[in-house]
Ligand binder design. Structure first.
Ligand SMILES: Nc1nc2c(ncn2[C@@H]2O[C@H](COP(=O)(O)OP(=O)(O)OP(=O)(O)O)[C@@H](O)[C@H]2O)c(=O)[nH]1
Ligand SMILES: [Mg+2]
Length: 260
């Protein structure tokens, strides 16, 4: 196996609640193993119950949401904020455990309440301590929200905050694309590539958000957001190779599966 493959890229899966982060971590791990790679999974959600895979490194070994709720007399949302900062305080310990692994990728599952991860300074510190120079994000667009131009624009704004907050390479993926009709998938792909198409589809909508939406599109056009969105189905193993080659492009040039 190539030496460069063993540098252990930190691949974070982010997206709105229920967008499919944990399932994608699970299936991307299975896919990687099937293709001869060594992935290591990390759960960063201290409130996660019923994770669909058995994480190699689990934040709940350090921090428990229920424990923080009990100790500080907080509800689940307030406790999540405390936990987000506690995760950063434990970052060097997590890094210490990561250093005991020799692997290709660390697949990092992030909390369901995505704004906690995206907006808090502690997450930036965590990403830095765990090795920002080898980091990429996979931003999952929720398929149901993405079907409408207004929902898609909202998610585009959210993804742009990730670029703004973290300044790391990231891929946009359309999650659970198996539940969308092929023409819907193509439409969303078209919007990613061509903002004029997004604009013209927004204009035809009877929506109060139309005027502001058009102005937002003009602003978004100025940003260097990814101009492709990868349709992915974790359950059907669709688009997983595209994620892999997209990340490889960031760090190793075009080292695709064929060249292994
Ligand atoms: N059809 C389909 N369903 C999926 C896919 N990926 C995830 N799901 C389903 O979507 C639901 C949410 O998936 P999760 O992986 O738990 O999503 P999450 O983003 O980790 O959720 P939170 O951590 O709670 O925010 C589950 O019922 C999954 O079975 C997919 O590729 N296709
Ligand atoms: Mg999850």
């Amino acid at each position: 196996m190539k030496e460069e493959m063993k540098m252990g890229i930190n691949l974070y899966f982010v997206g709105t609640a229920g967008s499919g982060k944990s399932t994608l971590v699970k299936e991307f791990k299975n896919w990687m193993e099937r293709h001869g790679f060594d992935p290591v999974t990390i759960n960063l959600d201290p409130g996660a119950e019923n994770i669909p895979y058995d994480p190699d490194i689990d934040i709940t070994d350090w921090i428990s949401l229920q424990g923080v709720m009990d100790e500080h007399g907080l509800g689940p949302n307030g406790a999540q904020i405390v936990c987000a900062d506690m995760i950063a305080m434990n970052a060097w310990e997590i890094k210490g455990v990561m250093d005991t692994y020799t692997c290709d990728y660390f697949l990092i599952d992030t909390p369901g309440q995505t704004e906690l991860f995206n907006f808090r300074r502690s997450s930036q510190e965590l990403v830095h301590v765990l090795g920002k120079e080898r980091t990429a994000f996979v931003f999952i667009f929720d398929p149901i929200l993405s079907k409408q131009p207004t929902g898609y624009i909202s998610l585009l704004l959210l993804s742009s905050t990730i670029q703004y907050r973290f300044q790391v390479p990231y891929l946009s993926v359309l999650g659970k694309s198996d539940i969308l009709r092929p023409e819907h998938v193509e439409r969303v792909q078209g919007w990613a590539e061509d903002y004029e198409l997004l604009e013209s589809d927004l204009i035809t909508m009877e929506s109060m958000e139309k005027e502001l939406g058009l102005e937002l599109i003009r602003g978004l056009q100025e940003l260097s957001l990814p101009r492709t969105i990868i349709p992915v189905s974790a359950l059907e193993w669709h688009g997983l190779e595209d994620i892999y080659s997209g990340v490889q492009d960031f760090y190793h040039g075009s080292d695709d599966l064929e060249s292994r």
